[in-house]
Design a protein around this ligand. Sequence first.
Ligand code: ZN
Length: 264
Amino acid sequence: MPARTRTPLPCLVPLLLVCTALLALVAYLLGGSPTARAGDERTVTATGDAVGEAPPIACVVIDAGHGGEDGGASSAAGVLEKDLNLSVAFALRDLFEAAGVPVVMTRTEDKLLYDRNLDFQGRKKVLDLAARRLVAEKVAAEVADGGGVCLFISIHMNAFPQPRYSGMQVWYGAAHPLSAEVAGRIQSAAVAIMPDNHRKIKAAGSNIYLLDRIQTPAVLVECGFLSNPEEAERLSQEGYRYAVAAAVFAGVIAVYRTDKPQLR
Ligand SMILES: [Zn+2]
């Protein structure tokens, strides 16, 4: 018998259909540059505020949280946040790249990003976060001249002492006005895969280092709670992680949906 894939086929089929539809939508939305649709007026945002034309996404920096000796949160079954973060980040990367959006990953391996040549004792986490910030700022600087923005998306899993809490929650940085809208659209898109999720987006404080410091549009997606056994089980499934990535992708793309396709 040939080896079977780990993800059951019945689970993949609807996901592939969803992704095909998403890519078709992306092709429709990004077929003309936002500048070409400058006459469109955007009046609705996730936060209810009217904003102008969203600057084009020149690139996306995808940040898989934790890594290496920093496992992040863990489930009762021993699933580590760092591994799930990287898996969702890879799926998200594939979706953006399929849509023609350049992607930079802060990490593609199971490791923290501190410089091993520095005196890192007791400072691994601080140096790691600084390195992630540096990646985002470097890429943003490279695209700034073209008038586009570089969107920073950090992927994490949540945990709480009480196991009853569940659901995706999106945090956003305050430095760029697009951050809140991207966060709101992702939060809305997540309802498609978790209908009972009524969580609201939240502005990050100074305690979320990367969102507090990065000046480009920046969001942090807590994909779900590893402290909730049912949600931890779902997040352990590759197909569900792909659905989570598709929701994040769909939310970002929705920011650029300035008009709706009409059926004739
Ligand atoms: Zn985390």
